[in-house]
Ligand binder design. Structure first.
Ligand code: KG4
Ligand code: ZN
Length: 335
């Protein structure tokens, strides 16, 4: 039986619509990014984001259907991200999905954005449980334990900033436009850790993260240098920041693996595109006697996209998860 899910994602600054077959095959994955409209503001402006989603969603839907070569009569269900994210942005996708589900008498599948990021990794290989996921994005830094399919237990979380947010904020003081993650990552490969920024909470026996101290230490260092007229090496600053981030992310993940042995380790979310993180995690896992299989989505599936929502929706659908026309956006939705 050919299951075809039309999936919507509009939680932040990407409008995306995809058609996914049987949860494993991406027939189309249209992504309209708004980054250029937000760059001059140094971050995502919610009202601007909503307006862009309204302008883009019909075109994206038509393109996704055409590229997939399917009609609405072929569809099995419609899926949509209903949280977490910007409420106005989420509402555009939720409204589009409800409209199509209603008009074509299709089941509606509500999907948590972070479940979507996690299941982006299922395009790499089928999931085998138990599984641990390190979810790193502009809004989240979480360690999630999955004992079985679609069962998400947060075992570690950030106490303050998300890691992607920290990249974007330190990027700003380096004069790098939003989103700064990729350029900082590239710069970090050209310098040395000369600043030795703090690695917060590494001594504590929990799985939580904190990035605000690191971010402040970085910003204070740059501002102090400006005040005394000293020029700092940007590559060394980026390397020092990224080394601290990787020590924290990889250190806490290895600690989680000790208490939660798993078959697979997923790294997902926008920051999973980080080359340093990919390399370091692989190297550290190789030192373990019985390492879990490492699954990281390809770069085009790390950032926000609807194909990941389609993959998660395939599993949610099998579990009987359904929404109806009362479905609302939930900006602070958690697992
Ligand atoms: O998952 P995502 O596309 O959107 C959210 O749900 O937040 O993640 C976006 C975040 C941004 O903060 C961006 O700077 C960061 O991912 N990012 C990176 C890299 N590529 C994107 N951070 C570090 N290294 C990268 N290569
Ligand atoms: Zn995201």
């Amino acid at each position: 039986m050919r299951e075809l899910i039309l999936a919507f994602e509009s939680s932040c600054d990407e409008t995306s619509v995809a058609v996914v077959e049987n949860g494993t095959k991406i027939l189309s994955n249209i992504i309209a990014t708004q980054i250029n409209s937000h760059k001059r503001f140094g971050g995502v402006v919610p009202e601007v984001a909503s307006r862009h989603h309204v302008q883009q969603i019909t075109r994206c839907t038509e393109e996704a259907m055409t590229e997939a070569g399917v009609t609405y009569a072929d569809l099995t269900a419609v899926a949509v991200t209903y949280g977490p994210g910007l409420v106005g942005a989420l509402l555009i996708g939720v409204t589009a999905a409800k409209t199509i589900a209603f008009a074509h008498h299709l089941p509606l599948i509500p999907v948590n954005h972070m479940a979507g990021h996690t299941y982006a990794a299922s395009y790499v290989a089928p999931f085998h449980f138990p599984l641990l996921a390190l979810l790193v994005s502009g809004g989240h830094t979480e360690l999630v334990y999955m004992a079985s399919a679609y069962d998400f237990q947060i075992i570690g979380d950030t106490r303050d900033d998300a890691v992607g947010e920290a990249y974007d904020k330190i990027g700003r003081v380096l004069g790098i436009p939003y989103p700064a993650g990729k350029p900082v990552d590239e710069l970090a490969h050209q310098g040395q850790d000369t600043f030795h920024f703090p690695r917060a909470m590494m001594e504590e026996h929990n799985l939580d993260f904190s990035f605000s101290g690191l971010k402040s230490a970085f910003i204070n260092t740059v501002h102090h240098a400006e005040q005394v007229g000293e020029t700092l090496n940007k590559a060394d600053l980026a390397t020092s920041f990224q080394d601290a981030v990787l020590d924290i992310l990889v250190g806490k993940t290895l600690r989680a693996l000790q208490t939660h042995p798993v078959h697979q380790l997923v790294i997902a979310g926008g920051v999973a595109a980080n080359q340093g993180l990919r390399t370091r995690m692989q190297a550290e896992l190789a030192k373990l006697a019985d390492p879990p299989q490492l699954l990281i989505p390809p770069l085009r599936l790390c950032g926000d996209n609807a194909a990941m929502i389609g993959a998660a929706a395939h599993v949610a659908y099998a579990q009987g998860i359904r929404g109806d026309l009362t479905l609302n956006a939930d900006p602070s939705l958690s697992f």
